[in-house]
Design a protein around this ligand. Structure first.
Ligand SMILES: [Zn+2]
Length: 303
């Protein structure tokens, strides 16, 4: 992916290196899952996060916990950016290559979505971006755990990204590439767009009192829409000549790898569609392509 021409400061909050500073005041604070838990540990963390979500969202309070605390895309998704192996500036707080990559990607995403919003006369506010590598507090989503991978918190409109986690996942899932990373971040940005459009709130409302099956179905539709939004953005990146050879395939491959069936097969050897919360590999690829082919977020009606 080409980002060298991108200028500006996305205002990333860099909380890396603040190990142990997260406190455990939030609703998920009781969870402790070892970092070495491997894929099963990750999946368990996810299930707890999903169950916890209902309890938390019933608690009134601020922005709710939304759809994406413990986003399975983050759990299993991602892929190490090419920049991850680039030499980094030594020294605490230095703006390393990973930081710069996320910064530039955030700016390109903001540009795209602010243009989309202004062309339909809607107010756009950008998502906050937090880099973290240890339990960290959020504004309404409990304590963010690195085990969750990247997630979006509607309460404070921030995307939480743990870069070190990506590197582990690359080894576990065997996919990689900077555009796989871009797909993941664009997916999380898609949840921010849903938040701005009131879709998160509608889904949370509709999920209240719904059966588990209905709630899962709403979750899948929400996640597939975020994939489609990511695809629509990716088309603009393509049009702006930001994609390099293989980039599109990196995203499609990532969308396949984070399908619920692929993850279930990998973690338990069995596939149980009733438990899906993010959609099958085929559907995730399909909706990413739908967004890409149309280049228009309004094609992303998954509901
Ligand atoms: Zn998601």
């Amino acid at each position: 992916m080409r980002l060298d021409d991108v200028e500006g400061d996305a205002g990333i909050e860099d909380r890396r290196g603040q190990r142990g500073a997260g406190g455990l005041g939030g609703g998920l604070g009781g969870m402790k899952i070892g970092k070495g838990g491997g894929i099963m540990g990750i999946v368990i963390a996810l299930v707890i996060a999903f169950v916890g979500r209902g309890a938390l969202s019933g608690g009134g309070g601020g922005g709710g916990t939304g759809i994406d605390v413990g986003d399975i895309l983050g759990q299993m998704g991602g892929g190490q950016a090419n920049v991850a192996s680039a030499p980094t500036d030594a020294g605490g707080g230095a703006k390393d290559a990973q930081y710069e990559f996320v910064n530039d990607l955030a700016i390109v995403l903001e540009d795209y979505w602010s243009t989309q919003f202004s062309s339909s006369n809607q107010n756009f506010t950008k998502a906050g971006i937090v880099l973290f590598d240890a339990p960290t507090s959020t504004g309404g989503c409990g304590v963010g755990q690195p085990e969750f991978g990247p997630f979006y918190c509607p309460g404070d409109s921030k995307i939480y990204i743990d870069l070190t986690f990506y590197e582990k996942l690359e080894n576990q899932l065997g996919f990689s590439g900077d555009f796989a990373f871009a797909y993941v971040m664009a997916h999380e940005y898609g949840h921010h767009i849903q938040n701005l459009l009131g879709i998160n709130a509608q889904v949370t409302e509709a999920s209240r009192g719904a059966s588990q099956e209905e709630a899962n179905d709403l979750s899948v539709r929400t996640e597939l829409q975020a994939d489609c939004f990511a695809g629509a953005w990716a088309k603009s990146a393509y049009d702006d000549e930001r994609l390099e050879a293989g980039d599109f395939d990196e995203a499609i491959n990532a969308a396949r790898a984070v399908g619920d069936d692929a993850i279930q097969r990998k973690s338990t050897g069995q596939v149980n569609p009733e438990a899906w919360t993010h959609g099958s590999s085929a559907d995730r690829q399909k909706w990413f392509r739908t967004g890409f082919d149309s280049g228009n977020p309004s094609s992303c009606d998954t509901f």
